[in-house]
Design a protein around this ligand. Structure first.
Ligand code: NAD
Length: 458
């Protein structure tokens, strides 16, 4: 069973005997409802697969496998990114589509969950060919996409450019219909939301800051009385200057690192950052704005040579990329790839707080091992929802053709995340479940109640 299905099933199991959950259900129907909910929530509604026929610039015709998997639309139109990567598989897309349903339920975003994938390495294609692949994706999945049906967004390997192209194709196929809110994550000139690009990184850091500063500070008395291992971890670090290492320095990692660097509420010291090539280390703390400037000028990459660091006046030493995960730091912020902490390296992890910026950066086994040790993991479903929350704002703005200023977008984003954190944290610090489990319990409970009331469990 995939990771999402296991945790969905465990979460339903955890609440099924609670009489406050679906109080109208009697003992016998309760078991029936449990079985129905497990089967509904662990399988997608629809799996769409096509082989896009694309003529390359050299005249060759190729067939490119592409997916759109729609998991559940009980909360609203399907929503989720389209990944362009050679590692895309049907199982992975399906797993991510479930995560989207649960993420939207947790953060009260009125969308269902879906995910798309195209099995290509975008670097192997010319711009013209990529444009054709995007148009074909919209043509092939035209029947199931639309502002009130299924609204894609970017994911790994796709971005604003691809969403602009796809929206334009949707407009061509549907003349006279609403089109600005058919795709999100577009460029601002094409109806994208201000702040969308920074939203995930800012939201990731906000979830950490709110938990460690605002929440701990406001609930100090209660937390110190709780016999809860995670409360102990949070209390231990809340007042101290925390050392932090950030894996991945792309859109998400660099924005989250800058937020941590500038933060007025917590005293963070970012001692290490890494990207696909290198780790940079400075025990006195790295100059994050200087590294961001460097990466902007160098196709997103960090400096890899001592000379480059010297020439840009950046104090750091060059180290082996993968050693970052096992550094003796307080906080690890994971913003690169899936399954970075796994059974083979989990015992060497020294950080006591882990923030999941990327999706699924901690394997299922490692998650259990670390949580049992009292390591506080702020899970992806909670931390990295900034992108989909601001996508929701973009969808509304596209519908109304009224656009918000950047500060307004961030205020609304933080309000929404604060609301979620205030909902799950009291339960988290009061019971023995890790934060991920608490978030899933909240999400499946919400989905189950809605489905029950809509008569979908009969
Ligand atoms: P990105 O492509 O902008 O950046 C990825 C970064 O990871 C780059 O700096 C790259 O060099 C680095 N990297 C790649 N392999 C690495 C390795 N083995 N070790 C260390 N660094 C490595 O991507 P992003 O938008 O920043 O997203 C990062 C992750 O977060 C992805 O897994 C993505 O699916 C997930 N995510 C992103 C968003 C978003 O809105 N950006 C939302 C939710 C989840």
């Amino acid at each position: 069973m995939d990771k999402q299905s296991t945790i969905i099933e465990n979460s339903l199991h955890a609440i099924m005997d609670d009489e406050d959950f679906l109080p109208d259900l009697k003992a016998q129907t309760r078991e029936q409802a449990y079985n129905s909910l497990v089967s509904i929530l662990t399988t997608p509604n629809h799996i769409h697969k096509s082989f896009l026929r694309v003529t390359l610039e050299n005249g060759r015709v190729v067939r490119i496998p592409a997916f759109r998997i729609q998991h559940n639309d009980v909360l609203g139109p399907y929503k989720g990114g389209i990944r362009f990567h050679t590692s895309v598989t049907e199982d992975e897309v399906s797993d991510f589509s479930k995560l989207m349903t649960l993420k939207n339920a947790l953060h009260e975003v009125p969308f269902g969950g879906a995910k798309g994938g195209v099995i290509i390495n975008p670097k192997d294609y010319t711009v013209k060919e990529l444009n054709l692949i995007c148009k074909k994706y919209v043509q092939y999945f035209n029947d199931i996409l639309g502002p009130d049906k299924d609204i894609p967004a970017p994911d790994m390997g796709s971005g604003e450019r691809e969403m602009d192209w796809m929206m334009a194709e949707f407009k061509t196929i549907h003349p006279g219909e609403q089109y600005r809110n058919s795709f999100t994550g577009k460029s601002i000139v094409n109806g994208g939301s201000k702040g969308r690009r920074e939203s995930t990184g800012k939201g990731v850091y906000f979830s950490f800051r709110y938990l460690m500063h605002d929440y701990v500070k406001n609930n100090e008395k209660w937390l110190s009385k709780n016999d809860n291992v995670f409360a102990d971890t949070a209390m231990k670090y809340a007042k101290k200057k925390m050392t932090m290492a950030v894996q991945g320095f792309g859109n998400l990692g660099s924005v989250a690192a800058l937020e941590a660097y500038k933060c007025q509420y917590l005293q963070n010291k970012i001692v290490a950052v890494s990207d696909q090539n290198v780790m940079l280390y400075n025990e006195e703390g790295l100059d994050i704005p200087a590294l961001i400037d460097y990466a902007k000028e160098h196709d997103g990459d960090l400096p890899t040579e001592d000379d480059e660091l010297k020439n840009h006046d950046i104090a750091a030493s060059v180290k082996n990329r993968d050693d970052l995960l096992e550094l003796d730091v307080d906080v690890l912020l994971l913003a690169a790839l899936e399954e970075q902490i796994h059974e083979d390296n989990m015992e060497n992890i020294k950080a006591e707080i882990i923030i999941e910026g990327a999706n699924k950066p901690v394997s299922e086994g490692a998650d259990k091992y670390l949580s049992d040790k009292g390591i506080l993991i702020i899970p992806d479903i909670l931390a990295n929802a900034g992108g989909v929350i601001v996508s929701y704002f973009e969808w509304i703005q596209g519908r109304e053709t009224q656009f918000m200023g950047e500060d307004h977008v961030y205020d609304k984003l933080f309000d929404k995340m604060k609301h979620t954190l205030d909902t799950v944290l009291p339960q988290f610090f009061g019971d023995p479940f890790p934060l991920r489990q608490n978030c899933y319990i909240h999400a499946v409970s919400k989905l189950s109640t809605i489905m029950f009331r809509q008569g979908k469990l009969y």
